[in-house]
Write a protein that binds this ligand. Structure first.
Ligand SMILES: Nc1nc2c(ncn2[C@@H]2O[C@H](COP(=O)(O)OP(=O)(O)OP(=O)(O)O)[C@@H](O)[C@H]2O)c(=O)[nH]1
Ligand SMILES: [Mg+2]
Length: 241
């Protein structure tokens, strides 16, 4: 079973019920995590789960804890219900579900791969719609992350990642992340202590778009930038095991 965790915080206006329902078929299950939203997100998620009770489950966190903890709690629950592949995906579907499917399929097609990361690389023939400013900020962030982790990762912040369920993954999720927004880097760092670098695969996305209405503020971005430096230093000193 493949379980895709979708963290949702005040997503009432952005949720695409139809796309999510169409995605939750066959062995793809959705675990929708309400991160203590103040709007109608939880009711919307519950209504969606009622339409496909065998394929969609809701985890309601009683108060807002941030994307890092919402994803971690979702992934832990996915492990508990017996998933052999888990993933996470942003609720705004900036990465469309068809692209998430492609990431999941890599784990089926390539048994040696354990971690699949969506990478936003603008190439001719691909549909990548991203503001210039965000692109360049993202490049600086990813370069800092790659230096800190000591591996040539191109895009750490794409909200679409998939993992084979292994003891290494369980261990990497056992403790809360220290960073609210740079947690993807923290997770990769924890995994890199035991998973060989060739078991990581970045997959350039064919489609990705900036979806307005998110709540990531400039202050959070600056904080994430600071966090990535600390995470890199801790990783090199092996303090993040
Ligand atoms: N902002 C925010 N998002 C959260 C939180 N908890 C879970 N999320 C989810 O994390 C995902 C990414 O959030 P976004 O606000 O879209 O962040 P972003 O795409 O980096 O930034 P935007 O360009 O503003 O959309 C979404 O699925 C959110 O619902 C939280 O506490 N704050
Ligand atoms: Mg977004």
């Amino acid at each position: 079973m493949r379980v895709v965790v979708i963290p949702c915080f005040n997503e009432g206006a952005r949720l695409d019920d139809r796309a999510l329902l169409a995605f939750a078929v066959d062995d793809v299950h959705l675990l929708l995590v309400d991160d203590g939203s103040g709007d109608d997100t939880l009711a919307r998620l519950q209504a969606l789960a009622a339409l496909a009770p065998t394929h969609i489950e809701v985890l309601a966190l009683p108060r807002n804890q941030g994307k890092a903890e919402a994803v971690r709690r979702g992934l832990l629950q996915a492990l508990e219900i017996g998933a052999d592949v888990v993933a996470y995906l942003d609720a705004d579907l900036s990465t469309p579900t068809t692209e998430m499917t492609r990431l999941l399929d890599v784990l089926v097609a390539q048994p040696a791969v354990e971690v699949v990361l969506g990478a936003r690389v603008a190439l001719l023939g691909r549909q990548l719609e991203r503001s210039q400013l965000r692109h360049y900020l993202g490049r600086i962030f990813a370069s800092a992350a790659a230096t800190g982790l000591g591996v040539a990762v191109y895009d750490t912040q794409c909200g679409a990642k998939a993992f084979r369920v292994t003891p290494s993954l369980r261990r990497a999720l056992a403790r809360p992340f220290t960073s609210r927004w740079a947690f993807d880097v923290e997770l990769l760092g924890r995994l890199l202590h035991t998973v060989p670098v060739d078991a990581f695969e970045e997959v350039p996305l064919l489609q990705w778009r900036d979806v307005k209405g998110g709540s990531l503020r400039p202050w959070s971005m600056a904080r994430a930038g600071l966090d990535v430096l600390v995470i890199g230093a801790r990783h090199r000193l092996k303090l993040d095991r």
